[in-house]
Ligand binder design. Structure first.
Ligand SMILES: Nc1nc2c(ncn2[C@@H]2O[C@H](COP(=O)(O)OP(=O)(O)OP(=O)(O)O)[C@@H](O)[C@H]2O)c(=O)[nH]1
Ligand SMILES: [Mg+2]
Length: 391
């Protein structure tokens, strides 16, 4: 459904974008909404903008609470380790119990509903990699509409690198998973790869508009895309279009709302009678879209698989670096994502490193000659040993 916004609404959105002050931004968003016609085609858009306003309001409250020394609830948790994984689920599925079993966090496991009210970060090790798990306060029907701490929980999901969606096998696991997926989708956090992506990277004034299409435009031409962007006064940006994309998706990206997070389903309470039947129904529902790990946190069963499944699902790779002339590589690897190159590695070591990069020597079983002298575009794989030489 096209939104067909009137030009004054588009102008107003440009004003929203150029406003930094949260209070003024909310004000402009309100004005924007009053200019958006109320019909079915604009329903999604209106919902998205209202949600943004709600998040901004929460952030303002949080900042106020901090200034008053009350240190209110935290929206974001500083990232640590190879990836930050948000632990999501309805209440009582055993999220705290999982943290207690696989990390050394102090947790409150309780049969009372909604026992965890603030996010709890903790570190889980898998071989020589650390994942940061963050228990999010429970998801419930209405979370995405701002019920209880819903927006905070969904902001944690958006900010994380990956998700664990946890369900209780003894209590309608398919219903629980659907509820969580539904709230995530309303918050525009998707767990299945979209057929296309639009990234709008805004640039400084005068940079001009550059549109790069790697995929295919389904119902429009480059000209249409450019006209749409210009109608929102986006004239300085690099716009990357990959996969299959409709003009609607481009408009969606103007309001930059949809993100994709790789998810792993953890099905808990395998020890309870009837859990096997629940697991079969759950696997039928998931149908291979995400990995499913069946566990009993209480009985400490099945948990040993979790690290490997996260490692694989999140596409983590480990690189062991070595000083030129040293015999042994460092013990602790750098962690990157599948598809990373030497340039990414150099950047993650130090910003200067990428600039001063001369060449590298790589030791790996897959290479015919190991070590091999390679350039900055070399594609790394898990377990590679690398020696970087600078100019
Ligand atoms: N039978 C069984 N019970 C479990 C298992 N894991 C957790 N529980 C029980 O489930 C209840 C809830 O566990 P929590 O870990 O507090 O659940 P939670 O998801 O953190 O709940 P909230 O923080 O309140 O949203 C407790 O009574 C636990 O003892 C399990 O593997 N098997
Ligand atoms: Mg809990």
């Amino acid at each position: 459904m096209p939104t067909n916004l009137p030009p004054e609404a588009k102008d107003k959105w440009a004003e929203v974008e150029s406003t930094r002050n949260p209070r003024e931004k909310i004000q402009r968003m309100q004005e924007f909404l009053s200019l958006v016609p109320q019909h079915k085609g604009t329903m999604k858009l209106r919902g998205q903008v209202k949600k943004k306003m709600a998040v901004l309001r929460k952030e303002m409250e949080e900042r106020k609470a901090k200034r008053a020394g009350r240190g209110g609830p935290k929206f974001f948790i500083e990232k640590e380790g190879a990836a930050q994984v948000a632990l999501l689920g309805v209440t009582n599925v055993g999220k705290s119990c999982l943290l207690g079993a696989v990390t050394n966090a102090n947790v409150v496991v309780s049969g009372a509903p909604y026992a965890t009210r603030d996010p709890v970060p903790a570190v889980m090790s898998f071989e020589d990699v650390q994942f940061q798990l963050v228990e999010a306060p429970a998801v419930m029907e209405g979370s995405a509409d701002g019920r209880a701490w819903g927006l905070q929980t969904l902001a944690l999901a958006r900010n994380a690198d990956g998700l664990i969606l946890m369900v209780d096998l003894s209590h309608d696991p398919v219903g629980q998973l659907s509820l969580v997926l539904g709230e995530l989708e309303k918050a525009r956090v998707l767990v299945s790869k979209p057929r296309g992506r639009v990234d709008i990277d805004r640039r400084y004034m005068g940079a001009g508009l550059r549109i790069i299409v790697v995929g295919r435009l389904l119902d429009c031409t480059m000209r249409d895309v450019e006209a749409l962007l210009r109608s929102y006064r986006i004239g300085d940006a690099v716009v990357k279009i990959s996969g299959e994309v409709r003009l609607d998706d481009v408009e969606d990206a103007v309001f930059e709302s949809t993100t994709y997070r790789q998810a792993v389903v953890v099905a808990n309470k395998l020890d309870v009678a009837g859990a096997e039947a629940g697991l079969a129904r759950l696997e039928g529902f998931v149908a291979g879209r995400m990995p499913v790990v069946a566990v009993s946190c209480e009985k400490r069963q099945g948990l040993e698989r979790l690290g490997a499944v996260l490692f694989e699902a999140l596409g983590v790779i480990r690189i062991y670096t070595k000083e030129p002339g040293a015999r042994e590589p460092s013990q602790r690897p750098f962690t990157l994502r599948r598809g990373a190159t030497l340039a990414d590695l150099a950047r993650s070591i130090h910003t200067d490193f990428e600039r001063d990069f001369a060449f590298a020597r790589v030791w790996a079983d897959r290479l015919v000659f190991s070590p091999q002298k390679v350039g900055v575009g070399f594609a790394l794989e898990d377990g590679d040993m690398v020696e970087i030489h600078v100019k």
